[in-house]
Design a protein around this ligand. Structure first.
Ligand code: DAH
Length: 347
């Protein structure tokens, strides 16, 4: 019986050592220690032993069982550790592998120019403000001294929301002059960029939606000289020191006197000709119209509760698309709004 027990111990330990799955271990446990197991079978024969032999064999049997149990636990722990190791290895992330490159976008070219223009004006002490695109006709027209029946109020030019033409999509950022003067006392310098809307078919130079940048300066003793000095300085900041500008008399209901400012064509440098033909950018004019401007009409100041005897000011409104096209040498307005990535990536 002693040999039998030693035999069981040896073969059990060897089998446990060779088992390489938890399921195999469990199978061995049942086979070795279970009710119908090998060890139990031997113990059942203990009754046949002499009283002297019985405690000796009992002790041996217990030590065999203890050895098997200890080995079982050891193997179980080893297999569990190995399984964890494999799992960790298979799930490991190599943080040193370079990731997929994320392509960064950039500002739309028109916004780049807008940002530059805003920076220049902020540097000159202007306050930049924002206002509603859905506007009252009162702000867009009436208080800007644009009389009833003026062609720009026509339903064929302006998007109205109601039957009595009181609410509209603003046709000019000049509405912001009124809104600003309603809330601020002079002196001030204000800049109001934003979208405006007109019933225009889209072509190379027109779009039903475009952007304007409105400027308004009100102080004591402001003259046309201030207007010209400011606008020339601004154009040189944007287009370079040698940018050539000219002022032409014009008419706007909300300024008196009024003018338009042109910039010498960047394509033909004022000659109106390119390669013996008519310059395609300025259509032979040699100049490109950039903005409307003038001295704020006394009636407009009075409409906003500002005393025109004490205060005077100048105002201007420029087309942002036109500025961007000139600066970036874009020849078709529609390109600015198409949002073709291949086009935009150039800037
Ligand atoms: N609002 C005018 C337009 O859309 C442009 C303009 C002209 C703005 C003269 C002004 C100004 O502030 O003084 O054509």
């Amino acid at each position: 019986m002693k040999e039998q027990l030693e035999q069981i111990r040896q073969s059990a330990l060897a089998a446990l050592d060779a088992a390489d799955t938890l399921a195999a271990l469990e199978e061995l446990r049942v086979k070795l220690l279970g009710k119908k197991g090998e060890l139990t079978a031997v113990l059942k024969m203990m009754g046949k032993l002499s009283p002297e032999e019985r405690p000796v064999m009992g002790q041996l049997a217990n030590s065999v069982r203890a050895d098997i149990e200890a080995e079982l636990e050891r193997r179980k722990a080893a297999l569990n550790a190995a399984a964890l190791e494999r799992k960790l290895a298979s799930e490991a992330i190599d943080v040193t592998i370079p990731g997929d490159a994320v392509e960064l976008g950039h500002q739309h070219p028109m916004n780049q120019v807008l940002q530059q223009v805003k920076d220049i004006f902020v540097g000159l002490g202007y306050t930049v403000v924002d206002g509603p695109e859905v506007e009252l006709a009162d702000y867009n027209f009436t208080r800007l001294n644009i009389e009833e029946g003026h062609p720009s109020r026509d339903r064929s030019d302006t998007f109205y929301f109601d039957d009595n033409d009181a609410v509209l999509l603003r046709t000019q950022t000049s509405s912001m002059q009124i809104r600003f003067m309603e809330e601020h006392k002079p002196p001030f310098c204000m800049l109001a960029p934003g979208r405006v809307f007109r019933k225009d078919e889209a072509d190379a130079t027109h779009s039903p939606m475009f952007h304007q940048i409105e400027g308004l300066v009100v102080d004591e003793h402001i003259t046309m000289g201030d207007l010209k000095g400011a606008l020339i300085a601004i154009m040189q900041a944007i287009y370079g020191q040698d940018a050539q500008t000219r002022f032409r008399p014009h008419h706007f209901p909300f300024t008196e006197p009024s003018c338009e400012m042109d910039m010498q064509c960047h394509k033909c440098h004022g000659t109106g000709e390119v390669d013996g033909g008519v310059c395609p950018t300025c259509h032979g004019e040699g100049w490109i119209e950039l903005l409307g401007a003038g001295m704020v009409h006394p009636t407009v100041l009075a409409n906003c509760g500002i005393d025109p005897e004490k205060w005077s000011g100048f105002a201007f409104g420029m087309g942002l698309e036109r500025m961007a096209m000139g600066r970036l040498k874009i020849n078709d307005l529609r390109l600015i709004f198409d949002n073709n990535i291949k086009f935009l990536e150039q800037f």
